[in-house]
Design a protein around this ligand. Structure first.
Ligand code: F6R
Length: 606
């Protein structure tokens, strides 16, 4: 969960190198640093804090050089200290390394190297890599050879980049289970944990696979298999994101910008290649068991979609949190596992897919980042086309995933004869009204939601309650509140309340109820029943509802009234309101919106 980058150029690379880790900062932001090859030595500048803060103190772009590597860290091994910040140097300072991943056998290597006289300056697993390379270099005086010998000794996961005074014009890099891409520019080549590292300079990229390493010069590069040493030839990927898409565009935070991009994201999701939707639907129909997996938000996306597959397609597709998949998922060659992942790099989800594949199951993925590990690993992949999601908190990506899976549920519904084509077309027509309705909320309700959020920003405990599909919406909404505002919010099925949690309710406990439209009378009345239970115990309720009279005005202390909507799209509107509510609460509390404490965009550890 760190970002690594590097540039081999023909003029000073200080500024673009600094920019590259700014663009990767969402991957980890507790400390950062650069190593730049000056005419005399490798200059390392690093410290703890956000990139801008560290740059202010350390002047990261000041060293003059044409080759350099950089890192932005999310600590795993060793606390957040200057010593543990990357890059790490060898004893003789001739080698500098940055790393993303976890070296699981670092302790035994470290012990051995200490015995051999190496001095360590950090508690990180990474530092063993640079000492290993230093250890192997003198025998052959061949950097590539020493680099590969060191890499072969590592167990665990890594994306590594190294520079050395022994070959001043090259970056050596290697990958296993942590992402690494090469950018091919004009007069310079780049590396990065993802395309964002170099998107301002080139749209031509090459994606490294596991157990490959590359040597990068400013005008050429080659890739080899780490174990066979064979040259690997790869096709060049054209990146279809542009750098403006990854900028704030006048919004105070990426989170708000991304919430506001949702009308367009729905349109993009609806335009996903019909052939891919059809193929996935057929895979579902051919399988005996189908699982939806994801982590955090994408687990909630899975759970929401499980409801759609049951109600629309007549197929039970259990949602499992990917970190628990091995403990719960019963898979064989007749199973299908559908992974949902914005980044395409989440360790738990990738690992669950690998487990499924090892049992002969088929795999599919819905992913936002092109060339990511999950996108490439799955047998069948749908790129969701939401554009870069920079805020660590997922909003637009999640909504898009829900829409795509809804389209799949509709297709399966037709194949499974639960829906006629006419029904399907009608539902699709309803979905096509969603962008306009979301826009209406953004235009007309934002100010009001802002007021309500400020008014209640002192509340420390919330219950988020919903029934049916509104239950996963409540869960996802509560996660937004937790992660961006650091406020406790517990999502649960409204019907579950009476089985225990109701004991908590008094005038100090605040709840949000996600009401369905009245057209779903049974669910509507049951949800009102839950509100009655809270009211009877003097609990405070904010109701999200669609403006229908008959009970709600008496039960809710505050209400957020949404534009009238068909049942199939109503939950999405409530989700958008909840995203804004969490966002404005966090603004009121002066939280670090785009980079909340302890979180990272891409969780590549177990
Ligand atoms: C929540 C959030 C996380 C991610 C989760 C999975 O806002 O961002 O819960 O959803 O870590 O990440 P991806 O989708 O990249 O696999």
């Amino acid at each position: 969960m760190c970002g690594i980058s590097g540039i081999a150029g023909s003029k000073n690379i200080g500024v673009p190198l600094l920019e590259s880790i700014k663009h990767l900062e969402y991957r980890g932001y507790d400390s950062c640093g650069v190593a730049i090859m000056t005419p005399y030595h490798i200059e390392v500048r690093k410290n703890i804090g956000y990139v801008d803060e560290v740059n202010e103190r350390e002047k990261l772009s000041e060293p003059q050089g044409e080759i350099g590597i950089a890192h932005t860290r999310w600590a795993t091994h060793g606390g957040v200290t200057k010593e543990n910040t990357h890059p790490h140097l060898s004893c003789n300072k001739d080698f500098a390394v940055v790393h993303n991943g976890i070296i699981s056998n670092y302790m035994e290597i470290k012990k051995w190297l200490i015995g051999e006289g190496h001095k360590f300056h950090s508690e990180t697993d990474t530092e063993v890599i640079v000492h290993l390379i230093e250890k192997y270099f003198p025998a052959s005086k061949d950097v590539e050879n020493a680099f590969v010998m060191a890499i072969k000794q590592l167990e665990g996961t890594y994306a590594i980049a190294m520079i050395t005074t022994n070959e001043k014009d090259k970056i050596f890099c290697a990958k296993r289970e942590s992402p690494l891409v090469i950018g091919l520019g004009d007069g310079a080549n780049y590396i990065g944990s993802d395309f964002n590292a170099f998107i301002d300079y080139t749209k031509n990229a090459v994606v490294l696979d596991d157990d490959e390493y590359a040597v990068i010069l400013r005008d050429r590069y080659f890739i080899k298999n780490t174990f066979s040493g064979d040259i690997v030839r790869k096709k060049i990927t054209q990146i279809n994101w542009d750098s403006d898409m990854a900028k704030k565009g006048g919004y105070p935070h990426y989170m708000l910008k991304e919430i506001y991009e949702q009308p367009q994201c729905v349109i993009n999701a609806m335009q996903v290649d019909k052939g891919l939707i059809r193929k996935l639907s057929e895979m579902i129909m051919e399988s005996n068991r189908v699982y939806l997996i994801g982590a955090g938000t994408t687990y909630y996306v899975s759970l929401f979609s499980e409801y759609n597959f049951s109600s629309i397609a007549g197929i039970f597709t259990p949602a499992i949190s990917s970190d628990e998949f091995k403990n719960l998922g019963e898979v064989d060659k007749d199973s299908l596992v559908i992974a949902i992942s914005q980044s395409g790099e989440t360790y738990d989800t990738l690992n669950a897919l690998k487990f499924a594949k090892s049992r002969g199951a088929k795999t599919s993925a819905i992913v936002n980042v092109m060339g990511s590990s999950i996108a490439r690993f799955a047998d069948h992949t749908i790129m969701q086309g939401s554009g870069p999601e920079i805020c660590v908190i997922s909003t637009k990506a999640a909504l898009s995933q829900m829409i795509i899976l809804l389209m799949v549920a509709l297709e399966v519904g037709v194949i499974n004869k639960k829906l006629t084509i006419k029904n399907k077309n009608e539902i699709e027509r309803n979905i096509s009204m969603l962008p306009e309705l979301i826009q209406k909320i953004l235009n007309e309700k934002s100010g009001f939601i802002h007021t309500i959020a400020y008014k209640f920003s002192h509340i420390n405990n919330w219950l988020y309650l919903g029934r049916g599909k509104y239950y996963p919406i409540a869960l996802e909404s509560s996660l937004k509140m937790k992660e961006v505002a650091y406020i406790h919010a517990e999502g649960m099925p409204a019907g579950f309340l009476k089985h225990g949690t109701i004991a908590l309710i008094d005038e100090k406990l605040y709840s949000i109820i996600f009401m369905p439209p009245k057209s779903n009378e049974e669910l509507y009345n049951l949800s009102l029943g839950s509100a009655e239970e809270i009211k009877a115990r003097k609990g405070f309720i904010i109701g999200f509802h669609f403006g229908e009279k008959g009970g709600v005005e008496r039960l809710f202390n505050e209400e957020i009234i949404l534009p009238k909507a068909q049942e199939v799209i109503a939950p999405f509107l409530e989700l958008v309101v909840a995203q804004l509510f969490a966002y404005f609460t966090a603004v009121a509390l002066k939280r670090n919106i785009d980079k909340p404490r302890s979180l990272a965009k891409s969780v590549t550890v177990a």
